[in-house]
Write a protein that binds this ligand. Structure first.
Ligand code: UDX
Length: 440
């Protein structure tokens, strides 16, 4: 099929590349000409495992191309996906101006007799589909089109496999003609398809992300109770996760959720539920627990080091989670900035996020180094903030030798407490009992 994706950010670019990989002809539209040129040259603006090869292979096979012209994209495609940003506003509601502009632009280039399915892939509040439909009609009274909602559930760091082998594909539409075309788009993926009305599909995205965030806040609240009672949150999570009705996924206690989806989507869901007159207060508690988790961690560092001013602190991990270079809305970065504010001397290492953290000046005052062992030199504490796999292969005896004081705050329950105690570390995990370090 001939498909067009408007917006070549995370969702648009990965979706475009995956659609091309299964044999569709895809035009990706972006209004940033520099990005379009770079993508044609095979340069990917984000780090996402497997994406670069996928883009290069499909560009070479002429199934994937990039343009800055919406007219070009819409002209050549039966199905037009909208995958532009929907950033948060100060009150938590969503800024839909990019979607609105694209809807007007699509209206401006739709030709008479040219039927198109306009698909919203961006995460939007319920009822956006209706507004897109009204907008296109208002700016092009003769347009022949249907609007469909098709939310995307990909995770950063595993976006390509998430898209190629999805748990489910949600298609929300009110027209049989549009739904038939959408099913054809997704046929090659061999995944279960759930067909709903437009509003239900829109709600599924916010409800799914909020539920996952609720699971994280739930286990983080349990981790605080574990700390107060001497229980081990990892064992509790294993025990409740073995119940198939609950499941073990997203029950990893840590520093709280971050990234460009969960914080924004939960705020948006709260805002839209307020707007609809049915306030979703449970989600406010989810937000509060998430904030508290970070505060508790910082407090435990303060408790151990007393005054943070002039203390040398090493930090491993700046990205909001591993396998991504995304440092936006990263809890590790928020923590690092708090330490700096209190006068600590912070040296950080991150396998992929260092460049973007420097480029956007996200943690001014922090020295970012290229080697994890360099970061811990002379440190009075090490904070593990993102659970990158490579941290498992760093020799811990060497880490201990390099540190001034062998004090480790593990914000992701990455290390084994017994091993850490045996190596002589003063080890503080999240929601786990404290074991006395073995004397050297
Ligand atoms: C999320 C959703 O998973 C995805 O379906 C949606 O399309 C976009 O939002 P993403 O933000 O890429 O994806 O990351 P995810 O893996 O879900 O992690 C989000 C945050 O939760 C991270 O900060 C992560 O560290 C944290 N997290 C996740 C936990 O603290 N504990 C867990 O058990 C799982």
């Amino acid at each position: 099929m001939d498909l067009c994706i408007i917006g070549s950010g995370y969702v648009g670019l990965v979706s475009g590349a995956c659609f091309a990989e299964v044999g569709h002809n895809v035009v990706c539209v972006d209004n940033d000409q520099r990005k379009v040129d770079a993508l044609h040259a095979g340069k990917i603006p984000i780090y996402e495992p497997g994406l670069e090869e996928l883009v290069q292979r499909n560009v070479a096979a002429k199934r994937l191309r990039f343009t800055n012209s919406i007219e070009d994209g819409v002209d050549h495609s039966q199905v037009v996906f909208i995958a532009v940003p929907t950033p948060p506003q100060a009150d938590g509601s969503v800024d839909l101006s990019f979607i609105e502009r694209v809807a007007r632009e699509i209206a401006g280039v739709l030709k008479p007799g040219q039927y198109r399915v306009v698909v919203d892939k961006s995460t939007v509040p319920v009822k956006t589909g209706e507004k897109v439909t009204d907008t296109i009609k208002r700016y092009n009274t003769g347009a022949d089109f249907d609007v469909v909602s098709n939310p995307e559930f990909l995770r950063e760091g595993s976006a390509v496999p998430d898209l190629m082998k999805p748990d489910r594909i949600v298609i929300g539409g009110n027209s049989d003609r549009a739904l038939a075309l959408m099913k054809k788009v997704y046929e090659p993926f061999n995944a279960p398809i759930l067909v709903t009305d437009v509003s239900s599909a829109e709600l599924i995205k916010h409800a799914a992300n909020s539920f996952l965030a609720l699971k994280i806040s739930y286990i983080n609240a349990v981790s605080a109770i574990c700390e107060a009672s001497g229980a081990d949150v990892e064992k509790v999570a294993a025990g409740i996760g073995m119940d198939r009705r609950i499941g073990r996924n997203f029950l990893n206690a840590g520093l709280g959720y971050g990234g460009s989806c969960f914080p924004k989507d939960i705020a948006a869901f709260i805002a839209i539920s307020d707007d609809l007159g049915v306030p979703f207060t449970l989600l406010k508690e989810v937000q509060r627990i998430n904030r508290d988790q970070k505060e508790r961690y910082i407090k435990s560092i303060r408790d151990a080091l007393w005054v943070l001013r002039d203390k040398k602190i090493a930090v491993w991990g700046l990205t909001f989670k591993p396998d991504t270079d995304d440092v936006r809305n990263s809890v590790p970065i928020e923590i690092v900035n708090e330490l700096i504010k209190e006068g600590a001397i912070v040296t950080a290492y991150d396998p992929k996020g260092a460049e973007k953290a420097k480029e956007y000046n996200l943690c001014p005052g922090v020295k970012i180094v290229d080697c994890p062992l360099e970061a811990v030199k002379g440190a009075e504490a090490l904070l593990l903030a993102t659970e990158w796999k490579e941290f498992a292969s760093i020799p811990l005896d060497e880490v201990k030798k390099q540190m001034h004081t062998p004090l480790v705050f593990d914000g992701r329950n990455f290390f084994d407490p017994t091993t850490m105690a045996e190596l002589g570390f003063i080890y503080r995990a999240i929601g786990r009992p404290i074991l006395p370090p073995k004397a050297a």
